[in-house]
Design a binder for this molecule. Structure first.
Ligand code: BDP
Length: 333
């Protein structure tokens, strides 16, 4: 008899424990970079923190290598529809959904990474994240990550915009970026995910692309286009996005959303540290592999800068106060 009562008690206890701990909400995070890349490491740290701080109520699984979405634009679309919980993407394709974001990725806007970080961590960057949330896009910007500066890389040497004339160059899915290459005389090609660039160059669909050292290195693009032109035309930060629709559909509580936001912010410095190390490592790697790194003279660099200036009138005019504020922050650097 006593044994039966005990067994019942144990059962009741187990049932109450089970009832108190509902199944975790499982969400996916899309990432186009490979394992070990700075943003992938940060995504995983974010997922780890979220699980810990929500005491297991929310579980995020990171899917690297673009297995969920071949292009970031598709990933962002999936967030808008609520088919995906999170995506770590470049801010460039996000600007197709929320054009305000172009104001912080105009060419030659920042003097250095420190200048950009003072902007992103200050009022301008935080206002941008808030704007994203209030834009009605359904996208919530959780935090920024570093992605260095972008340079053109081509199958032939170029030192001036004239050398780019007629070359087919893959650009990110963003009209301003397309225009940037057109202003140099190149032919911009979009709709190509960054994992498809290598094969697109090898098959002659494009003559090059543009990106930072780590992407040029880890995607193997340096094997297809061996001229890396140090024009450093733009710094486009990465952004960790959350889907408003997905959080609603999956019934993530407001308290857990607040925790998620804090966890994301807590990974920013971690990514920046990983980034700095990777940037150096990748540069050394591609140099050792025989990449022709093309240094530009100040006069040649100025030709690139002058050619891109019309973007400020076309895409920056509406955001003149933001651009002025960025220049103001830059005085300290
Ligand atoms: C890399 C970004 C990545 C973008 C890629 C691109 O890290 O998010 O997808 O550029 O050019 O620097 O598409």
């Amino acid at each position: 008899m006593k044994k039966a009562v005990l067994a019942l008690l144990v059962l009741a206890l187990a049932a109450s424990v089970l009832a108190a701990a509902p199944a975790p909400i499982k969400l996916k995070l899309s990432e186009i970079h490979m394992e070990g890349y700075p943003t992938t490491l940060a995504d995983k740290e974010f997922a780890r923190l979220v699980k810990e701080k929500t005491e297991g109520r929310v579980e995020i699984t990171v899917y690297p290598n673009g297995v969920l979405n071949a292009t970031e634009a598709e990933g962002i679309e999936a967030l808008v529809l609520g088919e995906l919980g999170f995506a770590r993407v470049s801010a460039a394709p996000v600007a197709s959904f929320v054009p305000d974001l172009n104001a912080i990725q105009l060419p030659y806007l920042y003097k250095s990474a420190d200048h950009m970080w003072a902007v992103l961590n200050g009022k301008i960057g935080q206002d941008m994240l808030a704007k994203l949330q209030s834009s009605g896009s359904g996208l919530i910007g959780l935090c920024w990550y570093d992605a260095g500066s972008r340079c053109y890389y081509l199958t032939k040497k170029a030192t001036t915009p004239a050398d780019l004339k007629g070359l087919k160059i893959r650009m990110q899915d963003n009209k301003m970026m397309v225009k940037m290459t057109e202003l140099l005389g190149g032919v911009a090609v979009t709709g190509i995910g960054s994992n498809e660039i290598y094969s697109s160059i090898m098959s002659g669909v494009i003559d090059g692309a543009e990106n930072n050292w780590p992407t040029y290195d880890t995607k193997g693009d340096y094997k297809a286009a061996k001229f890396y032109i140090l024009d450093h035309h733009t710094r486009v930060p990465e952004i960790l996005l959350m889907s408003e629709a997905s959080m609603r559909q999956r019934k993530v509580s407001a308290a857990d959303i607040a925790i998620i936001k804090e966890c994301a912010k807590a990974t920013q410095e971690y990514e920046i540290a990983q980034w700095k190390a990777m940037e150096k490592k990748s540069e050394a790697n591609v140099r050792a592999a025989g990449t022709v790194v093309v240094e530009l003279t100040p006069a040649q660099l100025k030709l690139f800068q002058d050619a891109m200036k019309p973007l400020y009138a076309e895409y920056g005019a509406k955001y003149q106060s933001v651009i002025d504020a960025i220049a103001e922050v830059g005085k300290k650097f």
